[in-house]
Ligand binder design. Structure first.
Ligand SMILES: N[C@@H](CCC(=O)N[C@@H](CSS)C(=O)NCC(=O)O)C(=O)O
Ligand SMILES: [Fe+2]
Length: 287
């Protein structure tokens, strides 16, 4: 059953009842059945962490390497590194299906639009709550399937209104350990700022504590940025050592209200561009 559907809602606090599958999801189901399912044994995750140095952004390539078609997706691609990323996809013999964002980024232009123009057939994905354009919209509890692997969607608003965290799983045994792609909600020893794009420190505190810190402690934390040279953390490590999120809520709100960060240099270009998949000048084609 799990492997039949690209998106299935978990029964979570967000979605106590089974979700009705809407039309874009049916489209993916059709593709999924065309691709067929793999051997029935545990899928083999292919994983690469990729870095864009100007914006200190991490993108992530994931694929089910045990599936004959090696279906793949990119999380948070950057426009400047699209050629590098697509070359890697080709070299590894992967079939890129999705280019997905954790949120509408404010500091760089997403690579999703460019990927769609260079690799026709790739679908862009973002949360419905982001109000941005994309081919497919995800909601809390949805699963984005990739062969026998999937990413579960968890709503983690607070940095922006539409932020989500994607958590790995598979239709067989849970790969150990899980991986959480936290976007800017949770950074290593930090977190996303909350002073624009519908940000709220109260909401971010609740999101991280209810949706990320409830994951198994060995869950690997892969953020969208790092400014200190870190590449990966774990839920347990951040629960112990995150200098902001280990504090009580009032202290956290006070810290966030006094960050005194200047706005990202590209905010006025990046946000409008990312609302349309990075295709700033061709809004009608965006998706
Ligand atoms: N200097 C950079 C922007 C740095 C920044 O504001 N980063 C964001 C994530 S990108 S929206 C953030 O939330 N930072 C939190 C922190 O504590 O640093 C630029 O000009 O682009
Ligand atoms: Fe951000």
């Amino acid at each position: 059953m799990l492997r039949k559907f690209i998106f299935l809602h978990f029964s979570t606090a967000f979605s106590p009842k089974v979700h009705t599958i809407s039309s874009p999801l049916i489209r993916i189901n059709k593709f999924q059945s065309q691709m067929g399912s793999s051997s029935g044994s545990s899928p083999k995750l292919l994983f690469r962490q990729l870095f864009e140095k100007e914006s200190s952004t991490y993108s992530y390539l994931l694929a089910d390497a045990s599936h004959p078609d090696k279906p793949a997706l990119l999380v948070d691609p950057v426009d400047k590194t699209v050629d590098r990323d697509l070359s890697l996809v080709k070299e590894l013999g992967l079939k890129l299906l999705y280019a997905i964002n954790t949120h509408v980024h404010a500091d760089h232009v997403t690579g999703t639009g460019l990927i769609k123009s260079k690799a026709p057939g790739v679908k862009s994905i973002i949360s419905k709550a982001s109000n941005a354009k994309a081919d497919l919209f995800v909601e809390p509890g949805d699963k984005i399937c990739l062969g026998d692997l999937f990413l579960e969607v968890r709503a983690t608003p607070g940095h922006t209104l539409g932020c989500v965290t994607y958590v790995t799983g598979d239709g067989h045994n849970q790969p150990q350990p899980r991986m959480a792609f936290t976007g800017d909600a949770l950074l290593i020893r930090g977190c996303g700022r909350t002073d624009f794009q519908g940000g709220s420190s109260e909401q971010l505190y609740k999101s991280v504590h209810s949706q990320i810190f409830t994951l198994p402690k060995d869950t690997l934390v892969y953020p969208a940025h790092d400014y200190k040279g870190f590449s990966v953390s774990t839920v347990g490590e951040e629960m112990l050592y995150n200098p902001r999120l280990t504090k009580d809520e009032e202290t956290f709100k006070n810290i966030m209200a006094n960050l005194n960060l200047s706005y990202p240099k590209m905010i006025n270009v990046a946000v409008p561009a990312n609302m349309v998949c990075g295709l700033q000048d061709v809004e009608s084609k965006a998706g």
